[in-house]
Design a protein around this ligand. Structure first.
Ligand SMILES: Nc1nc2c(c(=O)[nH]1)N[C@H]1C(S)=C(S)[C@@H](COP(=O)(O)O)O[C@H]1N2
Ligand SMILES: [Mo]
Length: 517
């Protein structure tokens, strides 16, 4: 029995395209898992490429619209595009073979380009896409050829039963392969967060003053549990690093003794310490949730830089920018002066007393009090290079964000919520305010544009952490607008002028409107 190109009708041809695309994705995922490069599967790699390429306004739109669900939405969008293309290629494969081959080649080339141009790409990263392309071509050929009828007109007839059976089997096999790929232990095995016991550092965090948590319903707790901590990064799949294989190199301009540090070097470091630091994202809109407070365990960056012989620009050092690089190729630029001015800048190995979760940078990340995350808080860090702001732009800078990103003093109303319906009478208004590395001096609330009334402040943890505030308000029936503003200990009071997050952090007063019955 020989196979000949068929007269497959359009609908089964389209189905054949879809099933073949499913087989391609499954094969790519399986090979990606087997070579421990899940980020190199075509879907992930193209998604990562899109993330790097989209212009700032579009990215801001995506974050504003989808929040931290922007990644699933992006992957879903690419999958829909891929499905449409697969349908077209399926139909073309029985009418215009050349077009089908060209289409397949185009998608293979796009997948290969995306996978091989990732900043952390290696030659193995071609394999998932190549496996996907091979699976696509093989399944499509299988489904679109029909057996030649014995003694017929030489054209293969469409055998519906056979097609349904083949397509069903191919789809089921793809699903099984994709499910199997999920079972392959991700990463290269090795030391994972669950395997690590953090040493208790000699230098503990400052004791918490009584009453630091006002324990008001709806108010963010002083410490943000890791599971509730916002996550912002460009990583479509969370890097899975084996901590025993991890190392960090400190090198570059003005480095006297290059340093290569292992995970054990950090865990056993004599300066290991705990510090409470509130981390904020520059993309946080006024009133937003891209901010969290944690107890970090880590080694002071200043100790390590001093060990490498780095001098701060204040002491005549030639480098003014510290560029950290992550395992997935992100770069962040931090002022050397800030890392060495005595603040608790650190390479953190722990978050809230546990090893860093993978989502938050396992095994090691940077944290610098007073700087937005995009200029300081490198997760999955593997390299620190001393350089200058003049000679290198970190990842976000050509994408429209400021090279320097000190945190702006801000405050937020957590309760009541925007749009709340309240009974009249005594009402608790409460929230948080932050001015990391400076400290909060005063928080004031204004109702309906009236005078600013000073709120009560919870005792301060440290100048590096946010501070809760509360005001009892006698709510009278009607609609009301509650606004808040903070003043830091440098005497800066939040401006009422509204500015968007880009390029260097949103400004304006957080305001909520409520209705009192
Ligand atoms: N490797 C890497 N590190 C990164 C980022 C990233 O995209 N990749 N994003 C930064 C940004 S913009 C912020 S605000 C913080 C967020 O840290 P979190 O996700 O632990 O809250 O991580 C920073 N570190
Ligand atoms: Mo950020």
């Amino acid at each position: 029995m020989t196979d000949t190109p068929s007269s497959l009708p359009a609908v089964p041809a389209a189905v054949a395209g879809l099933v073949s695309a499913g087989a391609a994705l499954a094969a790519a995922e399986a090979v990606g898992a087997l070579v421990s490069r899940p980020a190199a599967t075509p879907l992930q790699a193209v998604g990562a490429g899109v993330i790097d390429l989209v212009p700032l306004p579009l990215k801001q739109f995506a974050v504003d619209t989808f929040g931290t669900a922007d990644k699933p939405v992006l992957l879903g969008g690419i999958a829909v595009l891929l499905a449409c293309a697969a349908v077209l290629i399926g139909i073309a494969s029985v009418r215009r073979r050349a077009a089908a081959i060209a289409g397949t080649a185009l998608f293979t080339a796009a997948g290969l380009t995306a996978a091989l141009t990732r900043p952390d790409a290696g030659p193995l990263d071609a394999l998932p896409t190549l496996a996907g392309a091979a699976a696509f071509a093989a399944v499509l050929a299988l489904l679109t050829r029909t057996p030649a009828p014995t003694g017929g007109d030489g054209r293969g007839g469409f055998d519906r039963r056979r097609f349904v059976l083949l397509a069903g089997t191919a789809a089921a096999a793809s699903a099984a392969v994709a499910a199997g790929a999920r079972l392959v232990p991700a990463g290269r095995g090795g030391l994972a967060p669950a395997d690590v016991t953090l040493p208790v550092p000699g230098d503990r965090a400052a004791p918490l003053p009584d009453g630091i948590d006002l324990e008001i319903d709806g108010l963010a707790p002083h410490f943000t549990p890791a599971a509730d901590f916002y996550r912002i990064d460009t990583a479509l799949s969370v890097p899975r690093i084996d901590a025993t294989a991890w190392s960090l190199r400190i090198h570059g301009l003005g480095v006297r003794d290059e340093l290569v540090l292992t995970y054990d070097d950090l865990l056993g470091h004599p300066d290991l310490r705990e510090r409470d630091i509130t981390l904020a994202c520059v993309s946080n809109p006024v009133g937003g949730g891209y901010i969290g407070n944690a107890r970090w365990t880590g080694v002071p960056l200043a100790s390590l830089l001093a060990q490498a012989g780095v001098r701060s620009p204040a002491d005549g050092g030639p480098a003014d920018q510290l560029v950290s690089r992550s395992e997935d190729g992100m770069t962040l630029g931090t002022p050397v002066a800030d890392a060495m001015d005595g603040r608790d800048a650190m390479l953190a190995v722990g978050m809230n007393g546990r090893p860093l979760p993978r989502e938050h940078g396992f095994p090691v990340r940077m944290v610098v009090p007073g700087l937005y995350g995009y200029v300081s808080a490198c997760k999955w860090i593997v390299d620190i290079e001393l350089t200058t702001f003049d000679s290198f732009d970190a990842y976000w800078v050509p994408r429209g964000w400021a090279a320097r990103g000190p945190v702006k003093t801000q405050s937020r109303i957590d309760t009541p919520r925007e749009g709340a319906d309240l009974p009249p009478g005594p009402t608790t208004v409460a929230g948080v305010a932050w001015a990391q590395h400076t400290g909060i001096d005063r928080v004031e609330v204004s109702i309906d544009g009236g005078p600013w009334t000073e709120a009560g402040l919870a005792p301060e943890g440290t100048a590096d952490t946010w501070r809760q505030w509360v005001l009892e308000w006698d709510a009278e029936p009607g609609g009301h607008r509650i606004a808040v503003r903070a003043t830091d200990r440098a005497g800066r009071t939040q401006t009422p002028d509204q500015a968007p997050p880009a390029p260097d952090g949103a400004t304006g007063h957080h305001t909520v409107t409520v209705t009192v019955a």
